[in-house]
Structures are given as C-alpha cells and as structure tokens.
Ligand binder design. Structure first.
Ligand SMILES: [Zn+2]
Ligand SMILES: [Zn+2]
Ligand SMILES: [Zn+2]
Length: 505
C-alpha cells in the first residue's frame, strides 16, 4: 500500500471525516492519544483483543487491558515500515534507529564501548561495473558521453551524447541503447552482490593478515572485521554499498586491540580485496561478478571527528577532501538511504504476481526492462536458486537494505525494545508499570489504515508536528552547544545531501 499524495482539506470526504471526529471533545482526546501511541503511523494496523499481566511470583492478575475501552474499539499498532514512500512516520523512526546503530559503532554508546572510536575504521563506497553506456550527470567534462568519432551501435543508436544532464534529469541512468545493454548480467549482479560482499570481507582479512605478516588463523584469533553497510540503488538500477568497516580485537568486549593494525593498512587491504574478489555468474552465463572500478575508501578519524581522504582508486564526484565529514554526517548519510525504495515513486515496494502488474504501477523504460529481465531469468530452471521472480521488484537484489556484522553495534531489535521500555516507563497506564510479570494477550487483526480520510489528515498533521518538535529540540541542542563554546570544535554539520553521488556508466 503506497502512501498517496497528502490529503487535502478541500476534499469533501476529509472534511466530513474531520467533523465526525471532532464532534465530541472527550472521544477526540482519546483518538489523539491513540494516534500518539502509534507514532501517527499513516497506515496503522487495527487490532482487537485484550491482554492480561500476571505477577509470576504470586500468580495474581496485576492488570488487564482491553481494546473495548478505546472509543474506536481497537488498538492501533504502527506499520513499522522502513520505506518513506509507504509511511513517512514509521520511516522517520527507522531512520533515527539507523542513525543510532551506525553512530554507536563509530564512537560507542548503547552498550558499545567508547574504545571502538580508537579502532582503525574506514568509510567506503563499493560500486558495480558497467553493463553498457548510460546517460550520466555531472561527469568531468560536463557532457554525458563524449567520444572522438561519432559511432552507432548495430541497432543504429548513437553511442555518444553531448548533452549536459542535470542530476534529476529522468534520462540519467538510462542506457544509450537498451538492446546493447547487458540486462541479464546487471540483474544477476544485483542478485549476487551480497555474496560478493561476503567474499570481500574474507579477502580483506586475508590481505590484512598478509600485511601484518601473520597467518589467516593467527589473524582471526587476534582480530575481527566489523561492519555496517547500506545498499543504495543507483539510477541505472544496480545496487552499490556504503559501508563503515572497523578492525576490532577478537575479544568479546572489543577491548585490547593489538596495536599493529592501522587505518591505512585497512584501506590497502580493502583496495586489494576489491580488485581480486569474484563470484562466477550462474547458469550459462560466462564471466565473473566483480566490483566496478569506482571504489572510494576513506579513513575515519574520530579524534578530530573528521574523515580525511586517504585513498581513492578513481577520481569522480566524490566529496571534496577539505569539506570534512563528521561521524554524525556518516550516520546521517547512511540513514538517508535506509528509508529509500527501489524506485523514487515506491511503485516497486511490493513483489509482483505477474508482469502485467507493471502496467498498473506505471513502470516503464529501463527500470521496466530490469524487472522484466529478472522475471524472465527467474523462469529458467538453472537459475531457480536465485529466486529472481520473488525478487523481480527489487531488480534481483535480495539482501536487506542495512546489514551489519554481529559485533559492529546494537541491533534494530535492541533499539525497538529500548524505545518500548521507555514508552512503558513514561506511560501512566497502571498495567504497564509492573516489571515482574508476564503479559498474556489475545489479539486479532481487524484491518489496516485509518477509518476515514479525515483521520488520515489528522495523522499527517500529527506526524508533521512530531517532526517539527524534533527539529526544534535539535536546534535548541545546537544553541546549548554553542553557548558552551563547543560549536567550533565539533565543526559544522555537513549536509549529507551534498555528498550524494550517482555514478554513471
Ligand atoms: Zn507506519
Ligand atoms: Zn546523455
Ligand atoms: Zn545497440
């Protein structure tokens, strides 16, 4: 279910819904509380039932709650999606969690020792290779695809483009010739890039062992590679990864890191691993899945809270090294991608039942060819294990948007549980204040979404107010910091959107 354009007060249904909801102050107040409790989710799940809390030591019922006590007769539960196209409210909660998850791995916190900040760490972007010439924005020459001799492909299409495309030009990422473009390998690359990543981490460990002059086994006994990464779709429909990679000691508490390793060593190991690692294409496809030439690896210096550019295999529209990027900016940068969909419109948020679904969803051009290719390949018995029809809507990619190794930092589950515990603590409802007990519940799904477009309008308003108060809180935090004279040492908060790069070709 995609969240459509905002509801409007000019809509008669919205007005009627609002009037109905506001006719009685007391029930409106209860409705407002329900909305706040589900974080003003745009598509809440409606549940009916009851739960009882039992004191485990005495067997006594300490409290009970029934949805019948609500004016609407149901309990509202947030949909909890990460995709902003589906529910901006829940996506903002997810992005906030993603930010914390990344930051605690960069500088400690949430149970992660602060000592991780001193471990060798890098921020790296891994890209896919070329599957055919595509229209590009903002390359070095300012032109899309310039060549000396004007040539045409066998399909009669020009193999050059002299235009200067703006970044938001819809043509960016589209192939110069769709018939020349290697759609099959592009889809299979998406399908296998998670395996390529897994092998890269193994290769990087091998390279590090070699740099340290020790065996692989000795390296694994002393060190561990921890990481968190986010997958982002480039405009050409292939995934690339942004990752924080950290060297830890192989101990449980991450302490006592042997001093021999360093960030430049990690950069060198990753660069070598990326150049060597491959995964064979499956089925009848020849060749190997490998990384593209555009790799960007930067050391992260927590001491100054800045990233300094140490190595880059290619020069492209990477952020200026002088611009600096704080650990907070890295977290924001990764969180920004955490709520994105396969396509900007969210038309590919759900899986497909058949290719005709694409007509209803308005998917055309290059993106459609990617989906169609995944669907076609998914029908081949030799590629059955890739489950490409199931993942046609994600253009073959079947990994999670954000993944992390076990020791990098806390999990989303941990952060959700922590938030829930906080809500319970702050709640005045008696049944949730007892800690030594067990809750037994019996709940049934009765529906999804708000009752009327008027209610949805109120949810949108509630979500807007929530985000405005968050902004105000952040601003007052900045003012506090400035008054303490810390603004100069922490630097300006780099706008992560300025670091956005979509690589052509
Ligand atoms: Zn939601
Ligand atoms: Zn072009
Ligand atoms: Zn062609």
């Amino acid at each position: 279910m995609k969240h459509q354009d905002k509801t409007s007060l000019h809509d008669e249904d919205v007005l009627a819904g609002l009037l109905y909801r506001m006719q009685d102050t007391e029930s409106f107040e209860q409705f407002r509380k329900q909305g706040e409790r589900c974080g003003w989710c745009f598509h809440p799940i409606r549940l009916a039932g009851m739960s009882t809390r039992v004191d485990l030591s005495s067997g006594e019922i300490t409290s009970s709650y029934s949805s019948e006590t609500e004016p609407t007769g149901v309990l509202l539960k947030a949909c909890g999606t990460r995709r902003a196209t589906l529910c901006p409210s829940c996506a903002s909660v997810y992005a906030a969690d993603a930010r914390i998850l990344i930051r605690s791995g960069l500088s400690g916190g949430k149970g992660i020792p602060n000592v991780v900040a001193d471990h060798p760490m890098v921020f790296a972007t891994f890209t896919a290779p070329s599957f055919g010439k595509v229209h590009r924005a903002n390359n070095d020459s300012g032109r899309c695809q310039q060549i000396r001799r004007h040539e045409h492909c066998t399909h009669g299409q020009a193999l050059w483009c002299n235009k200067a495309h703006a970044k938001d030009d819809r043509i960016v990422g589209e192939p110069l010739c769709m018939n020349c473009y290697d759609y099959s390998r592009a889809v299979l690359w998406n399908s296998l890039c998670s395996e390529l990543w897994r092998r890269t981490t193994i290769y990087a460990k091998r390279e590090l062992a070699q740099l340290l002059g020790i065996s692989k086994t000795a390296f694994s006994k002393q060190y561990r590679l921890s990481f968190a990464k986010v997958a982002e779709y480039q405009r050409r429909g292939v995934v690339h990864f942004h990752a924080v990679i950290r060297i830890d000691s192989a101990t449980k508490n991450l302490q006592t890191l042997p001093g021999a390793v360093s960030a430049p060593m990690l950069i060198s190991a990753i660069t070598s691993a990326v150049a060597k690692v491959t995964v064979p294409y499956p089925g009848d496809f020849s060749g190997f899945v490998r990384w593209g030439p555009q790799l960007d690896v930067r050391g992260i210096s927590n001491e100054q809270e800045y990233i300094s550019e140490i190595a880059s295999r290619d020069t492209y529209d990477a952020p200026e090294p002088t611009s600096g990027m704080r650990t907070r900016a890295i977290a924001n940068y990764i969180a920004k991608y955490a709520t994105k969909s396969t396509d900007d419109s969210g038309a590919l948020d759900r899986s497909l039942h058949s290719l005709s679904d694409l007509d209803q969803r308005g998917i055309t051009g290059h993106l459609r060819r990617m989906v169609e290719t995944a669907w076609d390949l998914g029908g081949r018995p030799e590629l059955a294990s890739r489950r490409l029809r199931e993942w046609a809507h994600t253009l073959g990619f079947r990994g999670h948007c954000i993944t992390k190794s076990r020791h990098y930092s806390v999990t989303f589950g941990y952060l959700r549980a922590e938030r829930q515990a906080w809500q319970i603590k702050m709640s005045s409802t008696p049944e949730v204040n007892h800690q030594n007990g067990q809750t037994i519940g019996n709940w049934q799904w009765v529906g999804t979404g708000w009752w009327s477009s008027g209610d949805l309008w109120l949810a949108e308003l509630g979500a807007q107010q929530k985000s405005e108060s968050r902004l105000l809180a952040r601003e007052s935090q900045c003012i506090d910091l400035m008054s303490l004279g810390k603004a100069g040492t922490s630097g300006s908060n780099t706008d992560s959107s300025s670091q956005d790069h979509h690589y052509g070709q």
